[in-house]
Design a protein around this ligand. Sequence first.
Ligand code: BES
Ligand code: MN
Ligand code: ZN
Length: 501
Amino acid sequence: MEFSVKSGSPEKQRTACIVVGVFEPRRLSGVAEQLDQVSEGYLSGLLRRGDLEGKAGQMLLLHHVPNILSERVLLVGCGKERELDERQYKQIIEKTIHTLNETGSMEAVCFLSELHVKGRDTYWKVRQAVEAAQAGLYTFNQLKTRKEEPRRPLRKLVFNVPTRRELPLGERAIQHGLAVSKGMNVCRDVANMPPNICTPRYLAEQAEALAERYDNLSFSAVDEQQMAELGMNAYLAVGRGSEHESVLTLLHYKGAADDSAPIVLVGKGLTFDAGGISIKPSANMDEMKYDMGGAASVLGTMQALAELQLPVNVIAAIAGCENMPDGKAYRPGDVLTTMSGQTVEVLNTDAEGRLVLCDTLTYVERFEPDTVIDVATLTGACVIALGAHASGLMSSHNPLAHELLNASEQSGDRAWRLPLWDEYQESLESPFADMANLGGREAGTITAACFLSRFSKKYNWAHLDIAGTAWRSGAKKGATGRPVPLLTQFLLNRADSGQSD
Ligand code: BES
Ligand code: MN
Ligand code: ZN
C-alpha cells in the first residue's frame, strides 16, 4: 500500500473516501464539523437521528454527501474525546483500514491522524497508523495450494496533518513506519515457516539473500567444523541430536566509520525445540517452531536497518540450531566446556537456549562491540510473569536498560525490566561444574539471564526474553513481528544521538 501526507481542509478533498472522527456521545470532531457546514447539516442530522453514537470503532459509510467533492465519507466512532488513548487510537485505525478495504475505495484521505492522543505528536500518530495498516494486511499463505487473496481495493492512504509545517514530520513517520513494517514482515515470514523447511541452513540462506539486496550488508557463517575448532562445545552439544547442522549466521551492516564499535544483535535461532532427551510434553509442541523468534526478529531488524540506511555499525549473530532427542543427543548429567572456558553441568536438555547463546555471546567478543543485545524465546516462566504484552528486559547496564525501555515506550513494542541482582546467581551452583544450566523453579526468567550474564562481561549487554511476545497461540496463531519495532527504534535513537561514533 502507498502512503502519503498532506495538509488540507476536508471539504476540498476530491477522493474516493474521506475519513473523519465522531466522538461519543454523537459529537462531531473539528473536521467533521467543517464537512457538516458545507453539507448544510447533513452529518449532524444523521447523528441527531441516532445513526451513530460515536463509540470507539463504530463505522458509518456515507455516499453522496451534499456539496462534498469526495465520493464517500466514512464516519469513524472514536469514543469519548478525553479518553482517546494510544491503544484505542491503534484499534480505531485498524478497524478503519479493514472497513475501507470492504468498500470499493481505492484511495482515502484520513483525518484521524489529527485526533488528539495524549502525549503523542503527529509523527507518532502517522507512524503507528502506517504500522497498523501494514500489519493488518499481513498474510502467510505461501504453503497453501489455493491462495485466497482477500479483496483489498485500498491502494493509497493519505494522512492529513493539521499544518503544512508538520508535513516533513509526517513524511519521516511514513518512511520509518514502512521500514519497521517491512522488518516485521520478514520476521513473521521466517518465524511462521515450518521447521521442516526453516532449518538453521534456511536461516543462513535468508540472511544471505538479504545481504545480496543491500550494498552495505555482508553475510558470513560459522559451520559446525569451525565451531569445534573454536571450542563452542555448548552450542554444538545442543545440535548433536539433530539431523540438521547447526549454523551461526553473521550479517554485517556498515553504516558508520570502521573504527565505530558495532552494536551486536544476537538471536536465539532454535528452529525446533523438542526439548531433547528432557523431551517436552506433546501438547502445542508445534509452537516450538517459533523458538527461532529471536533470530527472526534480528533478521527483520537488519532488513529495517538496511532500508533506513542508518549511520551505525550493526552485526547480527543468528544462532541457528535444532534441539532433538536421538542416540547422539546430549544428556542430562553431561558437563560441557564452553568457548569461554567455563564449564556447565546440563541438568535439563530443554534449557538449551542459554547453551547456544552463551557460546555465541563469547564468539561476538571478537567484534569488540559497544553493545550486545540478545533476543530469545528463552523461558516459559517469562510467559507466566508478563504474558503476551511485554517482553522481559534484563541488563546489568542501567543506561542500556533505560535506552531500551525508552525505545519500547516510543515504539509501543513493550518491554518490562526484571532485576538481575547477584543473589539470583546462587541458584546456578553445581557440585560438578562451574555452573548448572538451570536454577530452581523460582524466577526462571531471571536465573536464565544470570546464566547469560556470565558470558557477557566484556561489553554492555542486555537480554530480551520474548517467549510471550514473539507469537500468538490459539485461533490467530502466528508470529507477531516483535520485537522488531523496539529494536529498530533503539537503532534509530542511536543513529540520532551519534552515540555509536
Ligand atoms: N524455548 C523454551 C522456552 C519457551 C517455552 C518459550 C514455552 C515459549 C513457550 C526453552 O528452551 C525452554 O524449554 N525453557 C525451559 C527452561 C527450563 C527447563 C529451565 C522452560 O522454560 O521450561
Ligand atoms: Mn527448551
Ligand atoms: Zn528453547
